[in-house]
Design a protein around this ligand. Structure first.
Ligand code: NAD
Ligand code: TYD
Length: 343
């Protein structure tokens, strides 16, 4: 099996590559990544010399380059993680979100149509469903909940999902879509809630909570998400959407307080800052379909996952410190300058 993984130098994509190389040592994994600010090649350094692995620096919107890659690799499966993924950045500047998240998805699927594919898998998000009210804890997102996105980020992901479904209906492209809740774990870029709070707390810097901090997210350990995608690409039904989430709802403020407690830092570091525009109140996934059809259940409990994650950030300070200093951007040149681009 030859799998193209786009966005593999980012948070979930890199964890997926590690997971797949371990779970299926006979598979070939080709990582396609533009290395935007969110892509960090040093994350992948433990696999760069693995003969089953290839890294190529390409923008998924670059049609000729993507077509050339398909000609070279004849992939069996494409798993598309590549995206602009930060809601706050999408509020500041939506355009790149439309380009990468929508046009990039179309380019990848056009390549799949042209060269043939066994499965195109779109990694989507529960944010396409919009949000749920805080006073209705009985409500959950199911696969039939209407799309009702709130932010430029989530609407670009929703647009991509609609395109994926249209390519299935129109061209019979063998697609699947997963819509997952918020992930946490190793290699999470320190602009997102959990890694930002860990890094700031360790540096005794203020912990900026948006508004009152009562917004609720449904947190899933990243490896559980990777296992869900592995199951879907092998056993999921073509044309289907699978929600992925672990019934683990937490208020932002409680997460930040927990991080303070685990790190022995005072809650006086917490500051309440201006709320995010259009801030979604609550996300909550109903994962019944993936459980019933594919037997998936989350394996890592939040109490354990958050401890493991904090431990990882303590043990891998250089990883996030070189991001904060901007130094991580030089890694590609260091690695590939001297190698003459093993792309
Ligand atoms: P991330 O921002 O950490 O990583 C994105 C990766 O995509 C980076 O390596 C970046 O360099 C690459 N990329 C961006 N634009 C590209 C382009 N035009 N061409 C090629 N590569 C490009 O994101 P993440 O948190 O790992 O999320 C991965 C996917 O999972 C996204 O599609 C996101 O919508 C989805 N998702 C994320 C979460 C979450 O909690 N992080 C939850 C559900 C779904
Ligand atoms: P984030 O990690 O950006 O994920 P998403 O917006 O995709 O859910 O944010 C998670 C929650 O944390 C969200 O409700 C916004 C909030 N938040 C803060 O309160 N402070 C911060 O500095 C950040 C980055 C997020």
């Amino acid at each position: 099996m030859n799998i193209i993984v786009t966005g593999g130098a980012g948070f979930i994509g890199s964890n997926f590559i590690f997971y797949m190389l371990k779970a299926h040592p006979d598979y070939r994994i080709v990582c396609v990544d533009k290395l935007t600010y969110a892509g960090n090649l040093s994350t992948l350094k433990s696999v760069l010399d693995n003969p089953q692995f290839r890294f190529i620096k390409v923008d998924i919107c670059d049609r000729p380059a993507i077509y050339q890659l398909f000609e070279e690799e004849h992939p069996d499966v494409v798993v598309n993680f590549a995206a602009e993924s930060h809601v706050d950045r999408s509020i500041e500047n939506p355009e790149i979100f439309l380009q990468t998240n929508i046009i990039g998805t179309a380019v990848l699927m056009d390549a799949c149509r042209k060269y043939g594919i066994k499965r195109y898998h779109q990694v989507s998000t529960d944010e396409v469903y919009g949000d749920l009210p805080l006073d209705r804890p009985d409500l959950f997102f199911t696969e039939t909940t209407p799309i009702h996105a709130s932010s430029p980020y989530s609407s670009s992901k929703a647009a991509a999902d609609l395109l994926v479904q249209a390519y299935h209906r129109t061209y019979k492209l063998p697609v699947t879509i997963s819509r997952c809740s918020n992930n946490y774990g190793p290699y999470h870029f320190p602009e997102k809630l959990i890694p930002l709070m860990i890094a700031n707390a360790l540096n005794n810097k203020p912990l900026p909570v948006y508004g009152e901090g009562v917004n609720v997210r449904d947190w899933l350990y990243v490896e559980d998400h990777c296992r869900a995608i592995d199951l879907i690409i092998h056993k999921g039904r073509e044309g289907e959407v699978y929600n992925v989430g672990g019934h683990n709802e937490m208020r932002n403020i409680d997460i930040v307080k927990l991080i303070c407690k685990e790190l022995g830092k005072p809650e006086s570091l917490i500051i309440h800052v201006q709320d995010r525009k259009g801030h979604d109140m609550r996300y909550a996934i109903d994962p019944t379909k993936i459980h019933n059809e594919l037997g998936w259940l989350p394996e890592t409990k939040f109490a354990d996952g958050i401890k493991k994650t904090i431990r990882w950030y303590l043990d891998n300070r250089t990883w996030w410190e070189t991001i904060l200093s901007g130094e991580y951007k030089n890694y590609y040149e260091q690695m590939y300058g001297k190698r003459g681009l093993h792309a």
